[in-house]
Design a protein around this ligand. Sequence first.
Ligand SMILES: C[C@](O)(CO)[C@H](O)COP(=O)(O)OP(=O)(O)OC[C@H]1O[C@@H](n2ccc(N)nc2=O)[C@H](O)[C@@H]1O
Ligand SMILES: Nc1ncnc2c1ncn2[C@@H]1O[C@H](COP(=O)(O)OP(=O)(O)OP(=O)(O)O)[C@@H](O)[C@H]1O
Length: 276
Amino acid sequence: MTQHLELLSPAKLNLFLHITGRRADGYHNLQTLFQLLDYGDTLVFKANHSGQIRISGDTLDLAPEQNLITRAAKLLQRDDLGVDIEVSKRIPTGGGLGGGSSNAASTLLALNHLWHCGYSNSALQQLGNSLGADVPVFVAGHSAWAEGTGELLQRVELPQLWYLVVHPGCHISTAKIFSEERLTRDSLPITMAAFFQGASRNDCQDLVIANYPAVAEAIDWLTKFGEPRLTGTGACVFASFDSEGEALAVLQQLPVQWAGFVARGVKQSPVLSALP
Ligand SMILES: C[C@](O)(CO)[C@H](O)COP(=O)(O)OP(=O)(O)OC[C@H]1O[C@@H](n2ccc(N)nc2=O)[C@H](O)[C@@H]1O
Ligand SMILES: Nc1ncnc2c1ncn2[C@@H]1O[C@H](COP(=O)(O)OP(=O)(O)OP(=O)(O)O)[C@@H](O)[C@H]1O
């Protein structure tokens, strides 16, 4: 039995984000296109029979029971099953890159394997949906067109472009953006064909630009080199390039007050590629 697994828990971009309505429970229906990236956090899992779920490394000062990694593990834990998880974070939190959701999904996939739980991928997606709206796509492990609150997924083949992702330094709460009165929440649903013809935007972008000057400045700066857009509810913004060289050339000019990285869009999550 494999006892040890090292996984790259990937970041995602929302290539567009339309909010099409608000449900009775306060959650929003949306349309989005999730692009998974070859950039992420490293999680090392060592399974044991201690009955304990222990996290070390970059714990983000979160109490273990608040960490989405622990919460995901608890959904699968039975009897004396235990695990030590070493975390190295690279994905900034509150960045719209889905780092917490990705970690939760990676944990579900890893422990389903190491603990021999026997859940199907779609059962794990359903379990993950209770942890966060972005968890199912990371469990599915492929780029996807998403509807509902993000859990109704359709596989999409996307060109494997290179992305420059810029973090303007501020942390944005997803719940805060979704609770703003001025948020656009009545976008008409579009077809996939309309997206590929260029008819899309991020409905959170104007609101975030108005409230977070650093995001506005990052978008202005990136406009010199491409067509920047916000991912999720921010704070990160991104632009696409045909080659790694073009993206890296722009990264080299990034003003020092911001962080950034270059990553490639991938067809399959590195987590799924690493699992037997
Ligand atoms: C904006 C996106 O990043 C797009 O990918 C996601 O929809 C957000 O996913 P997430 O961070 O996993 O979000 P969750 O942890 O489920 O929800 C955080 C908060 O955002 C709001 N929320 C989130 C998703 C959604 N479809 N409607 C919402 O209104 C809710 O107030 C919720 O309390
Ligand atoms: N393992 C984890 N990694 C990152 N954040 C975590 C983790 N566990 C819990 N969290 C909490 O989850 C919250 C959201 O983190 P996350 O990085 O997923 O958000 P985000 O980058 O804004 O992405 P999204 O696009 O899903 O909104 C943070 O406030 C953080 O405190």
